[in-house]
Design a protein. Structure first.
Lengths: 558, 264
């Protein structure tokens, strides 16, 4: 895209640069935001329109073996939301487990231009990247599951931090991953023995280490390697009544940890809603969002995402195998369980969040409470798609955050348990400035994607323009679901909700330079591969699997 | 407005003709109906290509003449009006319909009346598999309305049926009423293997010869007659609770006379 373009007279929201609803021009040249363009540049008059950076989804599950397991077990979902192909677009279908085209087009229509696939087992990375590459328009990155990896737990139990760091570096390159993901540390491994861990101090079977040691060890490796994003953690005891104490204890583990990286945080706690419950059973199940929110607000080195619930069908899917087993025992719906050899596991269970069900309503309240109580540069908007609901419902959540009146109207339809919630007493309403923080500026910064989430010169020309009034929520959901204009790298990909172009997005991954420990680590790896069904040489996903590879090389610490 | 469609030539790959809905067509003019796009494989074509279309008397009705056995999804999701098919019909006839009537003088292919919620379908000939059933993955098949087949039906008739009535005149294939949850299925004539497998509710009435039933069918008693959807059927019938592999309230009723071998 060599043409020059000026997005003129729009009302711009760019919190990363302190711009809150100023009428100004945004200049674009060769796919980047620039200071100025030549006089002959094309001008698009966006008077009365809202301009913001393209959305960056920090946590979503859209590709890989567990998503495909969901698609296979939920053909009824794939039959919904169908649109036939056109000369430009492929046929799209699905709601909670949409096909790759639906994912790309829906995100793009909503003004999102980057997503992060939040859980990739290294063994399944090759397939995941083939799917990621097939998602049109958006830039992508993926997080590699490491919290139950045998070799990582072996190095931790032996105190070999040097080999652990080298292995993490190798694993990220092998899986073409962008960051470290920990899911129920030690718990998924315990599930292989029909057990779980019940807190950060429980011992993991066979390895004799604790979830706390896994979290701290991988956090140390993450910062030692100067990775662009922090460790992303799905804490222990997801979804269980009373789990907020485990969440607080987990956050306390990293209280004194620091980073040299511009992101600021050392830990990103994912889908916090599922980890903020009180009570000791389903009968007194309640939200403890206020306590968890206070802990997040008082920790300057932690960010979180909401995992906010949307009513209706979802398809829960996670590497937290024991949680999915427990969920299936509760609901008796379909269940897939998977063991991914020596590194992780997974489960998939459909779930319906009912407006009349007290537990569902408490979960819904919890997500919104967290979003309203935590500072908006520390919490980000997610539904942990498709676990708490479809990403396509983000506009509805934004509406709820921006309008107390809408929240009150919604609560009238719900199980009366919501009337006793903290949410019922919260008056706070988000501004568009806050919304940009939780959907773009904050997420891009937390991910270390410094060229995303803002509109200063040098940023990628990923821009979303909406036909909405900043001081009104009238027509908000429609406007946010169907952007007036979306630019990806300066190319117009959406106009008035219609897809105009479907370019191939980048895949970001981290390529850490090897150190002197590489040979020793590889020797250990050969031994480790005695327990795999494939050979070491066939394990890594090659760069050829990425349609548009974009490696990030971290700075080497002295 | 009554619309008459006469089949000219249907592509070999079949036609996805879900636009054939009496209420929707009734609001359009002749030329507009002719321009409606239907899918044939990966291409679309105007409805006027495979059909001669004419508009007749004022009534919310569609008549289809000729061999429509490769025309799929006729009456899909229709809520009112009437479709008369003078000949055979293709797959997915009347699926997810919520009202109105469909009458077929010939036979119909598979998935007829799947997940329908209301209305009626009558078929003078035979029906193939999955009559009034559920699509793969769905929790409920037919949820209301009625399907009457004068001839025979194929396998898995009434799969996951939750409500409504299916009447089959001349026997059916295997797995009749599989995972049935409610409603009534009446089969006159011979029935295939494993009727009522996994059923948890409703009535499955077999008014003909059955070679064997599953061990999950527990004999309760013999009843002299059965009332099914307002009609009394003279027995006696062997009454079973079925299928004990599930937590069930399902009733399997089998005509005693040709099935004395099942009493033991």
């Amino acid at each position: 895209m060599k043409a020059e373009l000026v997005l003129a007279n729009g009302t711009v929201y760019d919190p990363a640069n302190g711009i809150a609803g100023e009428r100004m021009d945004i200049c674009i040249r060769e796919g980047k935001i620039v200071e100025r363009v030549s006089e002959g540049a094309q001008r698009l008059d966006l008077a009365g329109k809202v301009v913001m950076p393209g959305g960056v989804d920090v946590h979503t599950h859209v590709t890989g073996s567990k998503v495909n397991a969901g698609r296979i077990m939920r053909p009824e979902d794939v039959r919904s939301n169908v649109s036939p192909r056109t000369p430009l677009t492929r046929s799209a279908s699905g709601f909670t487990v949409p096909n790759v085209y639906q994912i790309g087009y829906t995100y793009a229509r909503m003004g999102y231009t980057t997503l992060v696939e939040a859980a990739v087992p290294p063994l399944k990375a090759r397939h995941t990247h083939e799917e990621l590459s097939a998602i049109p328009i958006l830039d992508k990155a993926s997080l590699v599951l490491m919290g139950n990896n045998w070799l990582i737990m072996k190095y931790l139990s032996e105190g070999r931090d040097d080999l652990l760091r080298e292995y993490v570096a190798w694993l990220l390159e092998a899986a073409k991953g962008y960051g470290i993901k920990i899911v129920n540390p030690g718990g998924t491994e315990a599930w292989g023995w029909g057990r779980n861990v019940e807190g950060v101090r429980d011992k993991v079977p066979h390895f004799g280490i604790t979830p706390a040691e896994i979290i701290k060890g991988l956090l140390q490796a993450n910062e030692g390697l100067n990775l662009p994003t922090s460790v992303h953690l799905h804490a222990n005891r997801l979804g269980k009544p009373g789990n907020y104490s485990t969440t607080l204890e987990t956050m306390e583990l990293v209280r004194n940890a620091t980073t040299r990286m511009p992101r600021g945080q050392v830990l990103h706690v994912v889908h916090l809603q599922f980890h903020s419950y009180g009570g000791d059973g389903w009968r007194n199940f309640r939200s403890e969002a206020d306590k968890v929110a206070a802990a997040v607000n008082s920790s300057s080195n932690i960010t979180v995402d909401a995992g906010a619930v949307v009513f209706g069908w979802s398809t829960t899917m996670t590497a937290d195998g024991p949680f999915e087993h427990d969920l299936q025992r509760l609901t008796h719906l379909k269940w897939t369980n998977a063991d991914v050899e020596a590194e992780t596991g997974a489960g998939v269970v459909p779930h319906f969040y009912s407006m009349k069900n007290a537990v569902s309503v408490v979960q819904w309240c919890t997500g919104l409470e967290l979003l309203l109580l935590i500072k908006p540069d520390r919490i980000f908007l997610t539904t942990d798609h498709p676990n708490a609901g479809s990403f396509s419902k983000y506009p509805q959540i934004i509406h709820l955050l921006m309008s107390r009146k809408y929240r009150d109207a919604m609560m009238e339809k719900l199980n009366p348990v919501c009337k006793k919630s903290v949410l019922a007493s919260l008056d706070r309403e988000y501004t568009l400035y806050d919304i940009v923080k939780i959907t773009r500026a904050g997420t891009a910064k937390a991910l270390g994607l410094l060229q995303k989430g803002h509109l200063a010169p040098g940023a990628d020309a990923d821009v979303a323009v909406y036909d909405l009034k900043p001081d009104s929520t009238e027509g908000l959901e429609k406007a946010l679901s169907s952007a007036h204009l979306v630019l990806k790298d300066g190319t117009t990909v959406v106009r008035d909700g219609r897809i105009l172009a479907a370019p191939i997005g980048r895949t970001y991954w981290v390529k850490c330079p090897p150190t002197s420990k590489r040979d020793e680590m590889i020797d250990g790896l050969r031994e480790h591969f005695r327990y795999y069904t494939i050979q070491l040489g066939n394990y890594p996903a090659s760069e050829e699997h990425l349609m548009r590879s974009s490696p990030v090389v971290p700075e080497v610490s002295s | 407005m009554s619309i008459k469609l006469v089949v000219k030539k249907v592509p070999a790959v079949g036609l996805e003709a879900d636009v054939i809905d009496p209420a929707a067509l009734g609001k359009k003019g002749l030329s507009e109906i002719g321009r409606l796009q239907v899918w044939a494989g990966r291409r679309t074509m105007p409805l006027a290509d495979p059909f001669d279309i004419s508009v007749q008397v004022p009534e919310e009705k569609v008549e289809i003449h000729g061999d429509a056995s490769r025309v799929k999804r006729i009456g899909q999701g229709m809520a009112s009006g009437r479709i008369d098919l003078f000949g055979d019909a293709g797959m997915h006839l009347g699926n997810r319909m919520s009202g109105g009537e469909i009458h077929v003088s010939g036979s119909v292919s598979s998935w007829c009346g799947c997940e329908m919620q209301g209305g009626s379908i009558t078929i003078a000939g035979n029906a193939a598999h999955y009559l009034g059933g559920a699509y793969r993955g769905s929790s409920a098949g037919m949820q209301g309305g009625s399907i009457t087949v004068s001839g025979a039906a194929g396998g898995e008739a009434g799969c996951r049926m939750a409500d409504g009535v299916i009447t089959i005149g001349a026997g059916c294939g295997d797995f009749a009423g599989v995972h049935q949850k409610g409603g009534v299925i009446v089969v006159h004539g011979p029935c295939g293997a494993r009727p009522g497998a996994g059923m948890t509710g409703g009535q499955l009435i077999l008014n003909g010869r059955v070679e064997s039933i599953l061990p999950g069918a527990a004999y309760l008693e013999e009843v002299q007659e059965v009332e099914a959807a307002g009609t009394k059927l003279k027995g006696p019938f062997l009454k079973f609770k079925c299928d004990l592999a599930e937590e069930t309230q399902g009733e399997l009723l089998i005509l005693t006379e040709p099935n004395k071998h099942l009493r033991a």
